[in-house]
Ligand binder design. Structure first.
Ligand code: GLY
Length: 356
């Protein structure tokens, strides 16, 4: 079992990475949660629930657990679903000592986390992320939230989990496109990491499965845990984790969230960010080409169809803007990110031309 501690004083917790850990959920909860909860609610993506729920529930022993299914994907983050989930938690009589178990990808993790953050002003949360993207990103760090009519993730809370259990074996049940999309987010960590290990794994042709996949996930989680430890509320350093994301969110929105998967959009955003990093910060010229080669390895798109003006408009609306100034995370070199004011429109259009 690989254990990565997220050190946040009295809110510290462990992230456990091991193949087969989902079937040991009950034992791991008993070992890591004090005081022991008397009741739990399993809030889960309905599809993931049918695949992995029985194994998780069977491992819980005497812990009374109600199951609350969620619609698949972003539909889980609608305010009506959030209201229904809170009602179900209340009907099941969960109290302040109870726990929410979140099973699924990023959307299930965000919704279940927000329900745990707000039900009875906050109860404990344990994450069982089942996509690569949720394993390396959404389940760690305490960001929770739902979507509003006005935009994605506009209501939310920081609520750290008490434990995260990552079982890389569940990735085998993902559709290839969804599994590959997670590598867009892994590549982001490769570019941010001051140590070459993650990028080297992605650039080598060695298969990423079994122990190598466990190590890769653990390396990404350790990097994220370090950012969260040093800047839990994203006042400075944690913003580096948004590398490629200002472009990615705008691309997703310009396609009405019906085209690219998030990890695919992040991959494209990384090409655009690396291109600008070379132009503005003198970053090594071939970095965007290295990014393209990694994307090709995982069959991730290197181009997309979009209206550049719409993407620029949505970038202007990105919620990571400081005051009226749009800022971007760029790289001086791999492992050396910097937040800079966005350049003039013509350079942003040039960056978008690299991916259209
Ligand atoms: N997904 C970026 C963060 O958690 O800060």
């Amino acid at each position: 079992m690989t254990t990565i501690p997220v050190l946040l004083g009295d809110r510290s917790y462990d992230v456990l990475v091991e193949e087969g850990s989902l079937a040991r959920a009950g034992e791991l909860l008993a070992r890591h949660l004090a005081p022991r909860p008397a009741r739990a609610a399993l809030i889960a993506d309905e599809h993931v629930l049918s695949l992995h729920g029985p194994r998780l529930l069977a491992s819980l022993g005497g812990l009374a657990c109600v199951t609350i299914p969620l619609p698949q994907g972003e539909a889980a983050k609608e305010i009506s679903v959030y209201g229904r989930v809170l009602d179900e938690l209340a009907r099941a009589r969960l109290d302040r000592g109870s726990i929410v178990l979140a099973l699924g990808g990023g959307a299930a993790s965000d919704l279940a986390g927000f329900a745990a953050a707000t039900y009875l002003r906050g109860i404990r949360l344990v994450g069982f992320p089942t996509t690569l993207l949720a394993q390396v990103d959404a389940s760690v760090g305490g960001k929770t939230g739902i979507n509003l009519g006005a935009g994605k993730n506009l209501a939310g809370a920081f609520h750290q989990p008490s434990l995260v259990v990552i079982d890389p074996a569940v990735l085998a049940t993902l559709a290839p496109r969804e599994r590959n999309a997670g590598f867009g987010e892994v590549l982001k960590y490769g570019l941010l990491s001051p140590a070459p290990a993650i990028l080297a794994r992605l650039e080598s042709q060695a298969p990423l499965e079994g122990p190598a996949l466990v190590e890769l996930i653990a390396e990404c989680v350790a990097l994220k845990a370090d950012h969260v430890r040093r800047d839990e509320r994203e006042e400075s350093l944690r913003a580096h984790l948004n590398l490629g994301h200002t472009f990615a969110h705008a691309l997703e929105r310009a396609q009405d969230y019906r085209g690219l998967q998030h990890g695919e959009a992040v991959g494209l955003g990384l090409i655009a960010a690396c291109h600008l990093s070379t132009l503005l910060l003198g970053c090594e010229r071939p970095l965007a080409d290295r990014v393209r080669r990694v994307l090709a390895r995982f069959a991730l798109p290197q181009r997309a169809t979009f209206d550049p003006d719409a993407v620029l408009e949505h970038m202007g609306a990105d919620k990571k803007r400081a005051g009226s100034e749009l800022r971007l995370v760029l790289l001086e070199r791999p492992g050396a990110p910097r937040v800079v004011p966005a350049p003039e429109r013509s350079l942003l259009l040039d960056a978008l031309a690299q991916i259209s």
